[in-house]
Design a protein around this ligand. Structure first.
Ligand SMILES: [Zn+2]
Length: 127
Protein backbone atom coordinates (compact mmCIF):
# COMPACT_ATOMS: atom_id res chain seq x y z
CA UNK A 1 0.00 0.00 0.00
CA UNK A 2 1.20 3.46 -0.86
CA UNK A 3 0.82 6.69 1.07
CA UNK A 4 1.79 10.25 0.25
CA UNK A 5 5.06 9.68 2.15
CA UNK A 6 6.20 7.14 -0.45
CA UNK A 7 4.93 9.28 -3.33
CA UNK A 8 6.98 12.23 -2.04
CA UNK A 9 10.06 10.03 -1.56
CA UNK A 10 9.94 9.01 -5.23
CA UNK A 11 9.10 12.53 -6.44
CA UNK A 12 5.60 11.54 -7.44
CA UNK A 13 4.00 14.14 -5.15
CA UNK A 14 4.94 17.67 -4.10
CA UNK A 15 4.39 16.97 -0.41
CA UNK A 16 3.93 14.11 2.03
CA UNK A 17 0.79 15.44 3.66
CA UNK A 18 -2.26 13.27 4.11
CA UNK A 19 -4.91 14.43 1.67
CA UNK A 20 -7.61 13.51 4.18
CA UNK A 21 -6.40 15.69 7.07
CA UNK A 22 -3.19 17.53 5.99
CA UNK A 23 -0.98 15.94 8.68
CA UNK A 24 2.30 14.18 7.69
CA UNK A 25 1.34 10.94 5.98
CA UNK A 26 2.67 7.41 6.51
CA UNK A 27 1.26 3.90 6.80
CA UNK A 28 1.06 4.38 10.57
CA UNK A 29 -0.73 7.69 10.16
CA UNK A 30 -3.20 6.32 7.61
CA UNK A 31 -4.16 3.23 9.58
CA UNK A 32 -3.78 4.31 13.21
CA UNK A 33 -3.76 8.08 13.59
CA UNK A 34 -5.73 9.75 10.80
CA UNK A 35 -9.04 10.83 12.30
CA UNK A 36 -10.72 10.78 8.86
CA UNK A 37 -9.58 7.19 8.23
CA UNK A 38 -10.76 6.16 11.68
CA UNK A 39 -14.08 7.87 11.13
CA UNK A 40 -14.46 5.99 7.83
CA UNK A 41 -13.52 2.66 9.49
CA UNK A 42 -16.19 3.17 12.12
CA UNK A 43 -18.79 4.37 9.64
CA UNK A 44 -18.37 1.32 7.42
CA UNK A 45 -18.35 -1.00 10.45
CA UNK A 46 -21.64 0.54 11.65
CA UNK A 47 -23.11 -0.15 8.19
CA UNK A 48 -21.81 -3.73 8.38
CA UNK A 49 -23.32 -4.19 11.84
CA UNK A 50 -26.65 -2.77 10.68
CA UNK A 51 -26.78 -5.02 7.61
CA UNK A 52 -26.07 -8.15 9.64
CA UNK A 53 -27.95 -7.15 12.81
CA UNK A 54 -24.82 -7.64 14.92
CA UNK A 55 -22.72 -5.42 17.16
CA UNK A 56 -19.01 -5.75 16.40
CA UNK A 57 -16.74 -3.12 17.93
CA UNK A 58 -13.09 -2.87 16.88
CA UNK A 59 -10.39 -0.55 18.26
CA UNK A 60 -7.94 1.19 15.93
CA UNK A 61 -5.35 -1.57 16.47
CA UNK A 62 -7.95 -4.24 15.79
CA UNK A 63 -8.88 -2.62 12.49
CA UNK A 64 -5.28 -3.02 11.39
CA UNK A 65 -4.46 -6.50 12.67
CA UNK A 66 -7.71 -8.13 13.78
CA UNK A 67 -6.98 -11.26 11.75
CA UNK A 68 -4.12 -12.02 14.12
CA UNK A 69 -5.91 -11.54 17.40
CA UNK A 70 -8.69 -13.18 19.33
CA UNK A 71 -11.77 -11.05 19.73
CA UNK A 72 -14.71 -12.42 21.67
CA UNK A 73 -17.26 -10.53 19.60
CA UNK A 74 -15.96 -12.15 16.40
CA UNK A 75 -16.48 -15.70 17.66
CA UNK A 76 -20.25 -15.32 17.22
CA UNK A 77 -20.00 -14.52 13.50
CA UNK A 78 -21.24 -16.99 10.93
CA UNK A 79 -18.64 -18.11 8.35
CA UNK A 80 -20.29 -15.82 5.77
CA UNK A 81 -20.19 -12.83 8.13
CA UNK A 82 -16.54 -13.56 8.96
CA UNK A 83 -15.69 -13.76 5.26
CA UNK A 84 -17.51 -10.50 4.58
CA UNK A 85 -15.78 -8.76 7.49
CA UNK A 86 -12.39 -9.97 6.20
CA UNK A 87 -13.18 -8.46 2.81
CA UNK A 88 -14.50 -5.25 4.35
CA UNK A 89 -11.35 -4.64 6.39
CA UNK A 90 -8.98 -5.37 3.52
CA UNK A 91 -10.94 -3.19 1.11
CA UNK A 92 -11.19 -0.33 3.62
CA UNK A 93 -7.41 -0.06 3.73
CA UNK A 94 -7.04 -0.35 -0.02
CA UNK A 95 -9.81 2.20 -0.65
CA UNK A 96 -8.36 4.73 1.79
CA UNK A 97 -4.87 4.47 0.30
CA UNK A 98 -6.27 4.78 -3.22
CA UNK A 99 -8.23 7.89 -2.26
CA UNK A 100 -5.11 9.45 -0.75
CA UNK A 101 -3.00 8.72 -3.82
CA UNK A 102 -5.71 9.96 -6.18
CA UNK A 103 -6.46 12.94 -3.88
CA UNK A 104 -10.13 11.94 -3.66
CA UNK A 105 -12.49 12.29 -0.72
CA UNK A 106 -13.67 9.15 1.02
CA UNK A 107 -17.13 8.36 -0.33
CA UNK A 108 -19.28 5.89 1.60
CA UNK A 109 -21.64 5.21 -1.34
CA UNK A 110 -18.76 4.48 -3.71
CA UNK A 111 -17.13 2.21 -1.14
CA UNK A 112 -20.28 0.26 -0.29
CA UNK A 113 -20.96 -0.31 -3.99
CA UNK A 114 -17.48 -1.82 -4.36
CA UNK A 115 -17.98 -3.98 -1.25
CA UNK A 116 -21.37 -5.27 -2.39
CA UNK A 117 -19.86 -6.24 -5.74
CA UNK A 118 -16.95 -8.02 -4.05
CA UNK A 119 -19.28 -9.87 -1.68
CA UNK A 120 -21.32 -11.05 -4.67
CA UNK A 121 -18.15 -12.26 -6.39
CA UNK A 122 -17.10 -14.10 -3.23
CA UNK A 123 -20.49 -15.84 -3.09
CA UNK A 124 -20.11 -17.01 -6.69
CA UNK A 125 -16.57 -18.21 -6.11
CA UNK A 126 -17.72 -20.50 -3.29
CA UNK A 127 -20.52 -22.13 -5.33
ZN1 LIG B 1 -4.81 11.90 7.70
Amino acid sequence: MTTRKELKRYNMANDDLCTLCSNPDSIEHTFLNCHNSMYFYNLTLRCFNGMHNIEIDLSGDQFVCYMFMENGSLSNLTPLQKCRLDILLVYQKQYICNCEVLEKNLNLDEFTNKIFLQWKLENYSTL
